[in-house]
Design a protein around this ligand. Structure first.
Ligand code: AMP
Ligand code: ZN
Length: 466
C-alpha cells in the first residue's frame, strides 16, 4: 500500500506516517481565540487540518480530530471592557460565527471542540504536577514554568536560548527566576475573570490549555499536533515542555505528540495576514461579497501547506473559474455514472495528497482529469473511471461535488447580463411588430437558454428567472 508521508516539524524531515494505533488516529490542532470575526489566515489553518483529517480517513477507519476554542484570554477581556459586554456573550457569539464560517468553507466540525474554560480544574492539576516535579514555581501570585529545568527546551523551534528570551512575549518580570520562564497561572483582579486555585484567585496562562485538552481528549502520546507556523514558538514549545515534564518524559520530546505539522502563513503582499498588522480580510466579508466558500477553500489549498500563500483578488477569480469547470464537468457527465475503485486504484488517485498533502499536484491531477472528461473521443467506459477518480479527489479535498448544480445555478444568476436580456427583449418586440414571428420565437428560445422566461402583458414584456 502507498505510504502516507508528512513533514514533521519536530524532526524537520519528511517521514512515513506510522500511526501509534492504526485502529484510532488522534489529531489535535490549535483553534482560534474567540473575540472577533476570524480572518483568512485562521481559515487556512482550519482548511488544511480538515484536509489532513479527510486524507487520514481515506486510509484509517477512526480519526479523532480535536481542535480547541480559546475562550479565556487577555484579548477577550479587553474586548469585553471596550464593549461593556459579558465575556461569555462575546465568546459564545464568536464561537458560533467561527463555526458558521468554517462550515461555509466546507470544513466538518472537529470531532471534539473543547473550550478552555471547561478545563480549568485539569489545568490546575497539571500545574500542581509540574510544581511537584520541580519544573514550576510560585512567585507573587503567579506560577511559572522554569525553562532551565528542561534542557531539551527549544527542540521544536530550534531557537537558541538568546532567541528564546528575545522572543518571549512579555518583558522580563520581577517574579521570574529566569527570563525564559513562562506563565502557567496568573492572578486576577476583582473585575477580571478568575477561578479559585492553591495560588489564589486567578486564571491560566495560554499554553497550559492545549497540554491539558489534548491529553484529556486524545491520551498521550497522540499522533499529530498542528497549527500555524506562528505557534511553533513559544506556544508549541511550551506545550511540549508542560506535557513532557508533567509526566516524567523530559528526555523525549515526542512523548507528547509524535508528528508536528505546521502550516505556512497566508500573506498579503508578502506579509503575514494578522489582526495586529491590520492587513487582514475577514472570511465573513469575502463570503458576503458573494464568493462561494468552496472557492475560498480552493484558494487556501492552491499552494503547498508548508509554503506561504499570498492572498489576492486574482487568486479568487482563478479559483472561481476552476470550481466552475469542475462542477460543470461533474454535471455534464452525470449520466455516465461511477464505478467502485479498487484500493490500489484509490491509492494512485490520492498519491499527491498522500505525499505530504501536495495540493498543487492534486490540482494538476484534477485539471488532467477535467481535460480528459471534456474530450469527445474518450469512451463512456473510460469516462466512468475518470469521473470516479475526479469525484474521489474532490471529496477528499472537501470540494463538495454534490453542490455542483446549486453552485452553477447561483453562478448563472450572479453573472446574468441584465442589459443583454433587455436588448434581446427589445429586438423581439421589434421582430413581432414586423410580423417576423420566426425571429421573435428564436429570440424567446435564446432567452430561455439563458434561464429567462418572458411574460407578454398589456404593459409590454416582462421577464423572470426560470
Ligand atoms: P489565533 O486566533 O490568532 O490564535 O489563530 C488561530 C489559528 O490560526 C492558529 O493555528 C494560527 O497559527 C493560525 N493563523 C493565524 N494567522 C495566520 C496566517 N496569517 N496564516 C496561517 N495561519 C494563521
Ligand atoms: Zn494550542
Amino acid at each position: 500500500m502507498a505510504q502516507i508521508q508528512f513533514t514533521n516539524s519536530l524532526t524537520r524531515k519528511k517521514e512515513v506516517f506510522e500511526p501509534l494505533d492504526p485502529t484510532h488516529i488522534r489529531l489535535y490542532a490549535c483553534g482560534p481565540t474567540v473575540y472577533d470575526y476570524a480572518h483568512l489566515g485562521n481559515a487556512r489553518m482550519a482548511v488544511i487540518f480538515d484536509l489532513l483529517r479527510n486524507v487520514l480517513e481515506t486510509r484509517y477507519e477512526k480519526v479523532t480530530y480535536v481542535s480547541n476554542i480559546t475562550d479565556i484570554d487577555d484579548k477577550i477581556m479587553t474586548r469585553a471592557k471596550e464593549t461593556g459586554k459579558d465575556i461569555s456573550d462575546i465568546t459564545k457569539l464568536y464561537t458560533a460565527i467561527y463555526n458558521e464560517d468554517m462550515a461555509a468553507l466546507g470544513n466538518r466540525a472537529p470531532t471534539i471542540q473543547p473550550h478552555a474554560t471547561d478545563h480549568v480544574a485539569e489545568m490546575i492539576a497539571q500545574i500542581e504536577q509540574l510544581i511537584d516535579a520541580g519544573h514550576a514555581y510560585e512567585s507573587d501570585g503567579h506560577v511559572l514554568f522554569h525553562v532551565p529545568s528542561f534542557p531539551k527546551y527549544g527542540g521544536l523551534s530550534g531557537r537558541s536560548r538568546d532567541e528564546q528570551i528575545a522572543g518571549a512575549r512579555v518583558e522580563v518580570a520581577s517574579y521570574k527566576k529566569d527570563a525564559a520562564d513562562f506563565v502557567l497561572w496568573k492572578p486576577s483582579s476583582e473585575d477580571e475573570p478568575g477561578w479559585p486555585s492553591p495560588w489564589g484567585r486567578g486564571r491560566p496562562g495560554w499554553h497550559i490549555e492545549c497540554s491539558v485538552m489534548s491529553e484529556k481528549h486524545l491520551g498521550l502520546p497522540f499522533d499529530i499536533h498542528g497549527g500555524g507556523a506562528d505557534l511553533k514558538f513559544p506556544h508549541h514549545e511550551n506545550e511540549i515542555a508542560q506535557s513532557c515534564c508533567a509526566h516524567g518524559n523530559e528526555g523525549d520530546l515526542s512523548a507528547f505528540a509524535k508528528t508536528w505539522i505546521h502550516n505556512g502563513f497566508l500573506t498579503v503582499e508578502g506579509e503575514k495576514m494578522s489582526k495586529s498588522l491590520g492587513n487582514f480580510t475577514l472570511i465573513r466579508d469575502v463570503l458576503d461579497e458573494g464568493v462561494d466558500g468552496i472557492v475560498i477553500r480552493l484558494a487556501l489549498l492552491s499552494a503547498s501547506y508548508k509554503k506561504p500563500l499570498d492572498w489576492s483578488k486574482e487568486l479568487i477569480s482563478r479559483m472561481e473559474k476552476m470550481l466552475k469547470r469542475i462542477y460543470t464537468v461533474i454535471l455534464d457527465t452525470a449520466e455516465i455514472g461511477t464505478i467502485d475503485l479498487s484500493e490500489t486504484h484509490k491509492n494512485d488517485v490520492l498519491a499527491a495528497l498522500y505525499n505530504d498533502l501536495n495540493t498543487p499536484q492534486a490540482f494538476a491531477d484534477i485539471h488532467r482529469l477535467l481535460s480528459d472528461l471534456e474530450r469527445g473521443d474518450v469512451s463512456s467506459e473510460d469516462k466512468e473511471v475518470l469521473r470516479s477518480e475526479l469525484l474521489l479527489l474532490c471529496d477528499t479535498l472537501g470540494l463538495k461535488p454534490e453542490n455542483a448544480e446549486n453552485y452553477l445555478n447561483k453562478a448563472d444568476a450572479s453573472t446574468l447580463d441584465k442589459a443583454l436580456v433587455q436588448k434581446l427583449i427589445t429586438e423581439r418586440d421589434a421582430a413581432k411588430q414586423n410580423k417576423d414571428y420566426a425571429r421573435a420565437d428564436a429570440l424567446r428560445d435564446e432567452l430561455k437558454d439563458m434561464g429567462i422566461a418572458l411574460k407578454d402583458g398589456p404593459e409590454g414584456t416582462t421577464w423572470e428567472r426560470l
